[in-house]
Ligand binder design. Structure first.
Ligand code: ADP
Ligand code: MG
Length: 355
């Protein structure tokens, strides 16, 4: 019997992740069926893995070279998203918390944050969306989410009763925003301690459930929210959005500095509103200069504004939409970057609470 063993695949490269299959610990089993077909079961660390075909070819070739009797080789994939288990210490069961920020308002942060959330969801991940822009919450309007988060009593294993906030469910996604709580147009001035308390409630007292990704739409400018988030949990990182103009790029660089200051890793930069009005490529160049990954560009398209105005931004991810490829590509790149960062980190002890 010449059936290949998982160990015989150990030295194969895992494309795009700078790891071997052994380093990824991802070949679950190899079984040959009655027909002589060899089935290889592999676990991927992200949905929408862009090099899957390449990996399949490499595995198939290796199995054939070891097991000359195999009639056929079939590689089957499952996904178990990897991440820093952000927020384990405050009871959050989220693998990757991702902040979407920029230096200033109006560059399309909320648009990118919501598109990223729905893009990751359409790749197959479980995703939540937190609107942390308490000064100008726009997520509920952009995606047409309405309703009030409910407060329900939960009984802890030790018998004590706690109040938990249940996010609004919209299109299969859990969403939280101050916009659900404070009526429209009531400007709220959040002082530091109040802001901290509110965000803490949105994170540690909210029933997010088990998530692969929690996307956080950040307010522009000040570092208060970033500081609070970084104190509560270890984020997977920040995605910095900017437009191609010079001034916007300078602001983005400031935002990068702000995240670095509070120890939130930078996942990369996104160029939004790429196109004739603002030009193209400035963000990619800035990212390259600073050795930061470039995660993609979202072309300027009136359709993006219209769908947001009409509270159906998520329909941009529908199959026939012109912006779909750019948004899907962005989501896949962010997922890939989270996986890369994960495998760069030293292995953390598994938290029992997460199992
Ligand atoms: N790629 C794009 N093409 C066209 N309009 C866009 C694009 N991205 C965002 N917009 C529009 O720009 C405005 C600001 O976007 P928004 O996401 O609210 O920015 P921010 O959250 O950074 O303040 C909105 O009207 C939005 O619809
Ligand atoms: Mg916004």
């Amino acid at each position: 019997m010449t059936q290949a063993t998982p160990e015989q695949l150990n030295d194969l490269k895992f494309p795009g992740l700078d790891r071997t299959l052994e380093g990824m610990n991802c070949v679950r089993s190899i079984e040959t069926d009655d027909q002589g077909v060899c089935h290889v079961y592999v676990e991927l660390p992200l949905h929408g893995y862009p090099h899957q075909d390449e990996l399949t070819s490499a595995i198939t070739e290796r199995v054939r070279s070891v097991d000359s009797e195999a009639k056929d080789v079939e590689v089957k994939y499952t996904v178990e998203v990897k991440g820093p288990q952000s927020g384990g210490s405050v009871g959050l069961r989220v693998k990757n918390v991702i902040a979407v920020g920029s230096g200033k308002g109006g560059v399309g942060k909320s648009t990118v944050a919501a598109s990223l959330a729905f893009g990751l969801q359409s790749l197959g991940a479980s995703v939540g969306l937190l609107d942390a822009d308490v000064y100008g919450p726009s997520i509920p309007h952009l995606i047409g989410a309405a309703g009030k988060p409910e407060v329900r009593e939960h009984i802890n294993p030790n018998g004590s009763v706690v109040q938990r906030i249940h996010p609004v469910k919209h299109d299969g996604m859990s969403v939280m925003s101050i916009g659900f709580i404070v009526p429209d147009k009531d400007a709220v001035i959040w002082r530091g301690p109040m802001l901290h308390k509110l965000l803490t409630q949105f994170i540690s007292e909210t029933e997010w459930g088990k998530l692969d990704y929690l996307i956080v739409d950040m307010p522009p400018g000040t570092g208060d929210v970033a500081l609070t988030l970084s104190q509560l949990m270890s984020l997977a990182g920040a995605v910095v959005v900017c437009t191609p103009q010079k001034v916007a790029l300078l602001d983005a660089v400031k935002a990068i500095g702000m995240y670095e200051k509070v120890n939130i890793p930078i996942l990369g930069m996104v160029e939004n509103m790429t196109g004739d009005l603002f030009g193209r490529g400035g963000a990619e160049e800035t990212a390259r200069e600073r050795s930061i990954p470039f995660l993609g560009e979202v072309p300027s398209n009136p359709e993006i504004r219209i769908r947001g105005d009409e509270s159906r931004l998520q329909t941009l991810l529908a199959e026939d939409n012109a912006s779909r490829d750019a948004l899907q590509n962005l989501a896949a790149n962010v997922a890939m970057q989270c996986a890369r960062e994960h495998f760069k980190r030293p292995a953390a002890p598994t938290l029992e609470i997460l199992q």
